[in-house]
Design a binder for this molecule. Structure first.
Ligand SMILES: [Zn+2]
Ligand SMILES: [Zn+2]
Length: 138
């Protein structure tokens, strides 16, 4: 579960998606793949610059959008901003309407869902639960 993506693994992943490996793409991939917190683009940018990496906001934005169209990350709309999730396996989210935090929910997969809706076959479902997280309740 707590798989760490080091440089070799990330290079493999990018190669698998036919994405040319560049130093900036490696930096951004390292942050998003190793985060469970669904960071927004500005959070990814802040993490990188705080760690002394020299990269512009626009570069982070462009790389995340590229990863998104390739299918490496998924966009989650939360409150006032988009957040990004590198866990593309089906799972649900709890979205706090106060702080905008997005929390993975892994134990609801026993949820039953219809095999067909409007006579179209259903492969998977994705649920967003909305509410107030425990930290915001305190
Ligand atoms: Zn909250
Ligand atoms: Zn998630």
């Amino acid at each position: 579960m707590t798989e760490v993506y080091d440089k070799d693994k990330i290079v493999n992943i990018l190669n698998g998606y036919n994405i040319k490996v560049t130093p900036n793409r490696l930096k951004v991939a390292e942050v998003i793949l190793n985060s469970k917190k669904h960071p927004s683009i500005d959070e990814i940018h802040t993490t990188l610059t705080r760690n002394g990496k020299n990269i512009s906001f626009t570069s982070v934005y462009n790389i995340i959008k590229m990863f998104q169209s390739a299918g490496i990350v998924k966009e989650i709309k939360s409150k006032d901003r988009s957040r990004y999730d590198a866990n593309t396996k089906p799972h649900s989210h709890f979205i706090c309407k106060k702080c905008g935090k997005v929390i993975d929910i892994e134990d609801d997969l026993k949820l039953e869902f219809p095999k067909y809706v409007n006579s179209m076959k259903v492969d998977s479902i994705e649920i967003n639960y909305f509410g107030v997280c425990n930290e915001c309740l305190e």
